[in-house]
Each structure stands twice: as C-alpha cells, then as structure tokens.
Design a binder for this molecule. Structure first.
Ligand code: UT7
Length: 323
C-alpha cells in the first residue's frame, strides 16, 4: 500500500471588479489589441479596498472545504502559496486559519512566486505521505494589483487578483500510476536569474515595491523549462505526455501555454485555459484553473493532470495529479 494525497475538494474566489483591457487604453500607451495578441489576456479581476490575499484565500478555502463535504475541524494543516501576504508577518496562512475558526493544526506560507502552487502541492504531499497531516488545505492566493507600477505598461496590464484552493486527503493507493492523487512532483530554482523578475521593495527598502520584469527573457526561459519539467514529472510517475488528459498550466501568457503544449506534442484541446479571464494571478493561477476547469466539466475524476509553472527566482516546477 502507498499513501497518496488525493484531491477531495476544490474551490476558488475572484474579486467582483472585472477590469477589461480597454481601461488601460485610457491611461497608458497600450491597446486591447497589443495585450490580447501578445499575452492572450482580455480582462482580469482586481481586489476591492479591504480585500486582501488572506480574505480571498479564506473564501476559496471555504468553497473547497464545502466541495469536499468536510468541516473546518477536519483540516489538519494549511499550506498557502503567495508572494503578496497581507503583512510581512504573520503568514497569510495563519490569518486564514483564524478566519476559518480553525483552532488546531498548523499553517504556513510558501513563497515561490508564480511557481508557488507547485511548491505548495509538493509540501502538502510530503506532509500527508509522511503522516504529519491527513487533510491539508492547499491554497494559492495573490493580490498583485497592490504591487504594480501603474505607469509601467510592460507589467501592469498582465496581472490580476484571486485565490484557489484544494483539499488534499491521505488515502491508501496501490503504488501504481492508476492511483488517484499526487503521483509525482518536480521542482527547480536558479537564483542567478533574480533580475529577470523581482519586486523592487521589501524589508530592506521599507516599501512594498513594484513588479519589475524583463518579459521577453522570462518568456524564453518559460518555453524552454516548462515542457521539460512537465515531462520529467510524468517520467517520475512512469508516464508520458500521451497519458495526459489535461495540462493545467500557470496562466501567464497564451503563447507560452501554446508553446509548452506543442513541445509536449499535445493539442490545445487538452489544455485548461483561463488567462483570457484572469490575467496572470501568480500562485493563484493553477488552483483557479483547476477549479474553473472542474466547474466547466473539463476535469473529471480519474483524469490525469499535469500542472506546470515558472516565475520569479527563477523558480519552476510541475506536479502530476490523478484527479
Ligand atoms: O508569471 C511569471 C512569469 N511571467 C511570464 O511568464 C511573462 C513572460 N513574458 C511575456 O508574457 C511576454 O514577454 C510579454 C507579454 C510580457 C511581452 O511580450 P513580448 O512579445 O515578449 O514583447 P516585448 O517585451 O519584446 O516587447 C515588444 C514591444 C516593445 O517595444 P519595442 O521596444 O519593440 O519598441 C515594448 O516596449 O512591445 C512594447 N510593449 C507594449 N506595447 C503596448 C510592452 N508592453 C506594452 C504594452 N502595450 N502594454
């Protein structure tokens, strides 16, 4: 018997305010046409005043717990991927813990920027497989609208806010790739690429700063590294791209998503795409896409899913899940 971290529930939260590309045309030298054709983004959600990463994460967590048919008392741990925690500390995860009324267990944040959800899944999987927790809420939540430079057209049109969550539950499997649950993970980072994508603020500056990105350089790394990590994760599970039902990629740019699918030899019909509606929500993009993909009727129990993401660090990785 092999312990597996199985998806028991999924949910998401998007702020009410939807901002179409046309809103940027009025105040920047940009166009709906440029944003759509270069990134695939048509609109994004921005948090309202008073909404934060932890409030959105809490809403997504409640939806995932309800979807699993569980109660807050059933949850042993919270792993929250974010680069936009409400405060420097405490962690957004402990704020979610308090907001849910969860008085036991433990909660912590994982910071791997856009790759954060892959890192969070790998951590949650390890906690479950090692027996340290049985039911783990894994959340990706971001409020990038609070760290954007609204005068920088090369970044501010790309990002959005939101949150998605999974409940993972420990169950016994057979040890084969037919099992439901997380089948393999593959994580990487290379800190030499720090300057390609970073926020120019933090504790060392006394400001929260704004996103700075050399977009075309990140693009080059993304296309090269994402297909490789996805194929490596599949190989660890004894699988190949031909076994995949759905690629659920980080939603940064439709051209990166298409390039990765092509490299893996898979058609776009096997890719869950939400970038047009959400923009790049960093660590929230994969759980949002999983939740929306399930709600659309794309993702069904038993489907083989590979998620992949890359972002600041650079940090990247992939996770293979049988839903
Ligand atoms: O999630 C974390 C990981 N991040 C990513 O994966 C993002 C990866 N990068 C990208 O998605 C793309 O590189 C972008 C969408 C950011 C940019 O697309 P690109 O095709 O790589 O364009 P570029 O950066 O090479 O810029 C092309 C031109 C430049 O003008 P010049 O120098 O050719 O005259 C930019 O100044 O487009 C210009 N430009 C814009 N024009 C209109 C940059 N931003 C805009 C804009 N509107 N918003």
């Amino acid at each position: 018997m092999t312990r597996r971290a199985v998806v028991a529930g999924v949910g998401h939260y998007l702020p009410e305010r939807v901002v179409p590309n046309s809103e940027f045309e009025a105040r920047l030298d940009t166009s709906d046409e440029w944003i759509r054709s270069r990134s695939g983004i048509e609109r994004r959600h921005f948090a309202a005043e008073g909404e934060t990463t932890s409030t959105m994460a809490t809403a997504a967590a409640r939806a995932a717990i309800a979807d699993a048919g569980l109660a807050v008392d059933d949850i042993d741990a919270i792993v929250l991927a974010t680069s936009t925690a409400d405060l420097t500390f405490p962690s957004a995860a402990t704020m979610v813990q308090a907001a849910l009324g969860m008085e036991r267990g433990f909660a912590f944040d994982v910071q791997a920027v856009c790759a954060g959800f892959a890192y969070a899944l790998a951590n949650a999987d390890a906690l479950i497989v090692s027996g340290q927790a049985n039911r783990v809420l894994v959340i990706g939540a971001e409020t990038f609208s609070r760290i954007l430079d609204w005068t920088d057209r090369s970044t501010c049109v790309l990002f959005g806010d939101g949150a998605g969550a999974l409940v993972l539950e420990g169950r016994e499997g057979t040890g084969t790739s037919a099992d439901r649950g997380i089948l393999a993970t593959d994580l990487h980072s290379d800190g030499r690429y720090r300057d390609l994508l970073y926020v120019d603020g933090g504790v060392s500056t006394g400001t929260s700063g704004a996103v700075r990105m050399q977009g075309n350089q990140v693009f080059r790394h993304a296309v090269e590294k994402l297909a490789q990590t996805a194929e490596d994760a599949l190989a660890k599970a004894g699988l190949t791209p031909a076994d995949v039902d759905w690629i659920v990629p980080h939603q940064a740019n439709i051209r990166i998503i298409q390039g990765t699918a092509k490299k893996m030899g898979l058609p776009m019909e096997k890719v869950v795409v939400t970038v047009q509606d959400h923009g790049n929500t960093s660590a929230a993009s994969i759980p949002l896409a999983l939740s929306v993909g399930k709600a659309r009727g794309q993702i069904r129990e038993g489907d083989l899913i590979v998620t992949e993401a890359i972002g600041g660090g650079l940090a990247w990785g992939a996770v293979v899940i049988r839903w």
